[in-house]
Design a protein around this ligand. Sequence first.
Ligand code: URA
Length: 235
Amino acid sequence: MDNSTRVQYLEAMGIDVWVSRTDQQVEDVQLKNNDEFELGEPANRQAESIEENWTELRREVVECQKCALCHTRTQTVFGEGHIDADWMLIGEAPGQNEDLEGKPFLGQSGFLLTEMLRAIGLQREQVFITNVLKCSPPNNKDPKVDELKSCHDFLQRQIALVKPKIILAVGRVSAQTLLGTKQPLSELRGEPHQINGIPLVVVYHPAYLLRSLLEKRKAWQDLQLAMKIYQEEKL
Ligand code: URA
């Protein structure tokens, strides 16, 4: 199946796909696919089974009733972006705007996140963005333990499908959840971590940066650390 057919399939299934716009990006994806799949019939079957996994996962998230947030959400926020992305960004939980629109990181936080990516030469379209929680907690409350547990499997499956080369844990809740720790963000940032063998860097949440302009320098340092680790990973 060629890439455009595959994209049509995914879009028909309701999966948000941002298609690479430049030849270079298309080439990158093709190279990655050729690395991972044998050519010919088996490659088609493997691609189809990946699509089926995405479709099934998305269906489970949309229908999820594992915790009380299903009663207050407008809709689930699955995540969006490049399904073969090298970079995966994982935030905390959808806010009110995201709950209404069904997309992650909208509004001012989303704008700043997009700018942070641009600062290290990445378009939002090139990365996959999601949250540890797929539903918005009412009144922007911190996620509860049972809510995080309910979403754990969804996030792990998203990571396994995207197979990113690097993960950015965006903000304290994401970092603590992904790393299974209660350490403060100030101690978690600034050094490399790993989950499931994938490098992970903790960055300040853009909502926090909007309130604390003085931390922007540290945020820039964290992004540079992430880029350094990514480049080493690519060698
Ligand atoms: N919007 C999101 O999608 N995630 C956050 O962590 C904050 C706002």
